[in-house]
Design a protein around this ligand. Structure first.
Ligand code: SF4
Ligand code: SF4
Length: 456
């Protein structure tokens, strides 16, 4: 099933290819032996039968590729004409290339004795070319709805629409306050945030600016478009302070699944994603969307890696296998605690070198191995590689307030920076004295050797 989902497009393309060949073959036989045989003969019969067979095969290939392989959903007349025209041209072009390549290899390069092998290779090239042309030229998503285009332009490639009735409502008063009823729809969105900048002492989400500012910018663009087009519609973007359970909504809409580490895991970005959603009185169709496929793409492997590596051993399951994690002792929660920390807590910060958050259970997860970095400029441009005393004290209040750790106040993050700085200074001093001892013993050894050789 997983294999099928992963290679769905290629499998569908192969099935359509074989079916197209059958259509061409059967129709040629039908026209040459039954339909045209009484009225045409000789070369004319062959050319006419083959031409009709090719037209039928290309038409069949176009319809099946559009519907089942490239899933182009638009049936507007202009879109159909444009797709059908470019598909026919592309296929005519690759047919000509097919003939040209055969002539080149067999006649010009004198590979007649390998003719069949050449035919197989040339056909393989043509099949690949047909796929590439269809994917990037014929069925390219030129007609993406403006709403989706805004999301894509802002780096949101994972979004899905579900009815509100499928969501777990956690703050009903927020729905009421914003005038939504039970028939509203939800567009769940994922915002990947991990950048290539690996912060020395910060987790991925703390090394970039607070995502709420990004969501605000995105909301403005979406609301401006939607309310201009549908002035009486209800439309609001939420993130974090939301009327629904966002992670549950992301799972229900097929954008990811819940891992044993308690995080939403997405196929491309693993768990390094924030979740947000638009709630609206509009239908999916009005926004150029369709309801999401509920099927989950994968599930947690239950490999236990997150549990084994957790610094605080706080990922737990009860006897029935239900989540019984103790979030209070999670290192991430410890770094966010106000006031004085216990020696044990300070030790954890020092040992794992993180002054805000903890990425251990995310980094060890097998789904993170090939996870991609964010394409979102807001995060890429704001990533910092270390938060030491110098960087922290050098921040303007505006810069400080734009950071995810600002909400706990300056004292909390500053305390953590001091703990980390002191540990770093001790480590550096230890390394320096080790190096000093090493140099002294090396010098003593050299001196001893020199004296010994002088005595000799
Ligand atoms: S964030 Fe760190 S401490 Fe918290 S559950 Fe994950 S691994 Fe454990
Ligand atoms: S590390 Fe393993 S058990 Fe934990 S969330 Fe990832 S796949 Fe699931």
């Amino acid at each position: 099933m997983r294999f099928f989902k992963k290679y769905k497009k290629l499998i569908a393309f192969a099935v359509c290819g074989v079916s197209t060949f059958l259509v061409s073959f059967v129709s040629y036989w039908l026209f040459s032996t039954v339909i045209f045989s009484g009225i045409l003969n000789g070369g004319i019969l062959t050319i006419a039968s083959n031409t009709v067979a090719e037209i039928l095969a290309i038409t069949f290939a176009f319809i099946t590729n559009k519907l089942f392989v490239f899933e182009s959903k638009s049936f507007r007349f202009l879109v159909l004409i444009s797709e059908a025209g470019s598909f026919a041209l592309a296929r005519a072009g690759t047919s000509l290339l097919n003939t040209g390549l055969m002539w080149l290899f067999v006649d010009i390069l004198s590979l007649k004795e390998y003719e069949l092998l050449v035919k197989v290779l040339v056909n393989a090239i043509i099949v690949v070319l047909n796929f590439v042309l269809s994917e990037f030229l014929v069925f390219r998503k030129k007609h993406v709805h403006h709403f989706a285009r805004i999301l894509l332009n802002e780096g949101v490639e994972y979004y899905a629409c579900i009815p509100l009735s499928k969501c777990k409502i956690t703050k009903p008063y927020l729905l009421f306050k914003n005038g939504f009823d039970k028939d509203a729809n939800v567009i769940v969105m994922l915002f990947p945030y991990r950048t290539k900048t690996k912060a020395e002492n910060l987790t991925a989400y703390a090394s970039v600016k607070d995502y709420h500012a990004y969501v605000e910018g995105l909301s403005r663009k979406l609301e401006e478009y939607v309310l201009r087009k549908y002035p009486t519609a209800q439309f609001k973007v939420f993130s974090d302070h939301s009327p629904i359970d966002e992670v549950h909504a992301a799972c229900v809409s097929g954008l990811g699944f819940m891992g044993d580490n308690g995080l939403l895991i997405n196929e491309k970005y693993s768990s390094f994603v924030f979740v947000g959603e638009c709630i609206t009185s509009l239908t999916p169709k009005q926004l150029g969307l369709v309801y999401a496929d509920e099927e989950e793409w994968r599930t947690c492997l239950h490999c236990g890696k997150c549990k084994e590596s957790c610094p605080s051993s706080c990922i737990q399951t009860d006897e029935d296998g239900k989540d019984a994690s103790n979030k209070r002792i999670c290192l991430s929660a410890i770094t966010q605690k106000k006031g004085e920390l216990s020696e044990e807590e300070k030790e954890l910060i020092i040992k794992y070198g993180s002054i805000w958050g903890c990425d251990v259970c995310q980094n060890v997860c097998p789904y993170t191995k090939n996870a991609k970095y964010t394409p979102i400029k807001f995060f890429i441009d704001s990533a910092i590689d270390v938060l030491d005393n110098k960087t922290l004290t050098g921040m303007s209040s505006e810069e400080f307030n734009s950071r995810p750790f600002a909400w706990r106040g300056y004292e909390t993050i500053s305390r953590n920076v001091q703990i980390w700085e002191e540990a770093r200074a001790k480590k550096q001093a230890g390394q320096a004295s080790e190096a000093e001892t090493g140099t002294q013993s090396e010098q003593a050894e050299v001196q001893n050797t020199t004296e010994a050789s002088e005595n000799e």
